[in-house]
Design a protein around this ligand. Structure first.
Ligand code: TYD
Length: 215
């Protein structure tokens, strides 16, 4: 992949609307890469650090201004880059993150309709030219994703409700998020691969494998 050298690990991000099935693929991709003898760090956004996980709770739970929401996403990201992502890559490990900056362009940009140019300012501030080496966008029709979200249960008895502030948004919001991802993937076709996630798991995995073999 462009800009990477042999001693540096690779940074892979997974994206898609809530309910696209992305979380199912994180573990599988990590295992595939481990089986090639690479060390893998699996992480997520918002979150990935103790402070980031606290910011996650706030941003998923509390109503707030769209600017505040976007700033908190990037605040968590700054810590994540500093404490987890960059050190792991420099140590030659592979990093797989369940969401990264494309999610801000899709959710805050597409979903909440914040201008992409404003998000790009924060992107430049927090990460400069740094980008993932490879991004999978798991894509499903919005009604299919809604059906999958509807079937979610809390992780354990007594756990908080499985649905957060974003998951409670309406279909029109998720249409804009999906569009946001597809537009961004069209803008960065070398890095971002749109995966049709509305089909059998093994056929999705076969396609993922093809991209992973060449990275
Ligand atoms: P996710 O971890 O996919 O949720 P879950 O644990 O339910 O699978 O993502 C949490 C939510 O945060 C998701 O609805 C998308 C949202 N999000 C943004 O709006 N902007 C961002 O920059 C990021 C990273 C996530």
């Amino acid at each position: 992949m462009s800009g990477a050298n042999a001693s540096r690990g690779r940074f892979i991000t997974l994206e898609g609307v809530d309910g696209a099935g992305k979380s199912t693929h994180v573990g599988w991709i990590a295992e595939r890469i481990r089986s090639r003898g690479q060390e893998v760090v699996v992480t997520r956004e918002p979150g990935g650090t103790p402070l980031g996980e606290q910011l996650r709770k706030l941003v998923l739970g509390e109503a707030m201004h769209i600017d505040t929401e976007t700033l908190l996403m990037f605040a968590a990201r700054r810590e994540h880059l500093e404490q987890v992502i960059q050190p792991a890559l420099q140590a030659g490990k592979w990093v797989i993150s369940d969401r990264f900056t494309d999610a801000t362009f899709a959710y805050q940009g597409g979903g909440r309709q914040m201008a992409a140019a404003r998000i790009a300012i924060l992107e430049d501030w927090v990460q400069g030219a740094f980008q993932p080496d490879l991004t999978f966008v798991f894509d499903v029709p919005t009604d299919v994703a809604a059906g999958r979200r509807g079937g979610r249960e809390p992780a354990s008895p007594g756990a908080a409700s499985a649905s957060d502030r974003f998951e409670r948004e309406n279909l029109a919001f998720f249409e804009r998020v999906r569009d946001g991802y597809l537009r961004r993937a069209a803008q960065f076709p070398r890095r971002m691969k749109v995966i049709n996630a509305n089909r059998a798991l093994e056929s999705i995995q076969k396609e993922l494998e093809e991209y992973l073999v060449v990275s």
